[in-house]
Ligand binder design. Sequence first.
Ligand code: NAD
Ligand code: 9W1
Length: 375
Amino acid sequence: MVYKVADISLAAFGRKEIELAENEMPGLMYMREKYGASKPLKGARIAGCLHMTIQTAVLIETLSALGAEVSWSSCNIFSTQDHAAAAIAATGVPYPQYLAGIRGLSEETTTGVHHLYRPAINVNDSVTKSKFDNYYGCRESLVDGIKRATDVMLAGKVAVVAGFGDVGKGCAQSLAAYGARVIVTEIDPINALQAAMAGYEVATMEDAAPRANVFVTTTGNRDIIRGEHFLVMPEDAIVSNIGHFDVEIDVAWLKANAKSVVNIKPQVDRYTMPSGRHILLLAEGRLVNLGCATGHPSFVMSFSFTNQVLAQIALWTNNSAFPLGVHMLPKELDEEVARAHLKQLNVKLTTLSNEQSKYLDIPVSGPYKPAHYRY
Ligand code: NAD
Ligand code: 9W1
């Protein structure tokens, strides 16, 4: 067996957590139930490159259950949960060598598909991926990261959320739910209006910086928190990013201009400013929910990964329908992903009557919304 993991003795622990995650990933378990016997991925060799987490392990075992021959490598060592990697390696899933005969790709992130030589399905733009991952995922994993890092009481604190897109909306909501007073910054008047109507103060970073105890950047843009902001922050302000990689917070300025820095524990650094005040920087300005916590909960990853499985089935079994280029999953499949998660939540869905179906000109079995509908 070919594998390279940090510590194979962690396999038993990983297996127990995988078992727990299975019940929280009903979309993937539905795929196993629906396709486990017919094995539509038989003959397919799938090489995955995705963070090796417990949730990813449930994805890998789903692809295997559907008949695929799976090999896996993590995108980087920092996103590997060693017990997940060990549990998967113990089942005989290797890491990929060179693979010929690729029929297509399914892409999870917003990152572009550059030198495309096979058709690809863009899973990122499925509603059940983007809307749920960004909003519901961050709504839970942001505060998880902040709390694991600092144990700070959020009630009564002032928190700034830079950006009020899907991620910012989720972050602002959970901070407010803990009793923090949330200030939002925005460049887009529509998002700024949404923030104001949701009850948040909307201000600029210059205005907010001297008043805020907790800072969260969610913009996907660069240079959001800069030297002039660090200089006016109150004592032990907590500064974190959950947006695009590490460009939102000017960490280089902090490193160059702080008097000193003390590492409190992994991913938590306390900088001393020239004024003598301190700043707590989380995850070195990288994604705080991944650096200081374990990323999104299984349930929300189940949405993304069920899209991935459906995309792989589509590419493998219906290859001629996907010419070279980037495709979307059809709306019916997006709806199927959502449907597959309802039972576990005891959701009772209403069925269109034939009269209603005619009245709205929508098939009883969907799709229920036009392709361009915004949720
Ligand atoms: P989005 O485009 O919906 O929202 C970003 C918002 O930031 C927009 O409304 C935009 O107007 C605003 N903005 C841009 N520049 C600004 C500035 N200078 N000041 C204030 N606001 C500004 O995007 P999104 O879906 O919310 O995602 C945001 C980022 O989070 C992306 O980089 C995305 O890749 C990342 N993301 C992270 C996670 C995670 O788990 N950490 C999950 C999903 C997405
Ligand atoms: N993905 N299982 C790092 C994850 C990096 C990562 C990234 C997730 C999950 C957003 C997917 C402990 C998990 C993932 C743990 C970890 C993602 C980037 C997950 C949230 C997305 C850029 N994006 N995600 N769970 N790394 O939570 O696979 O370190």
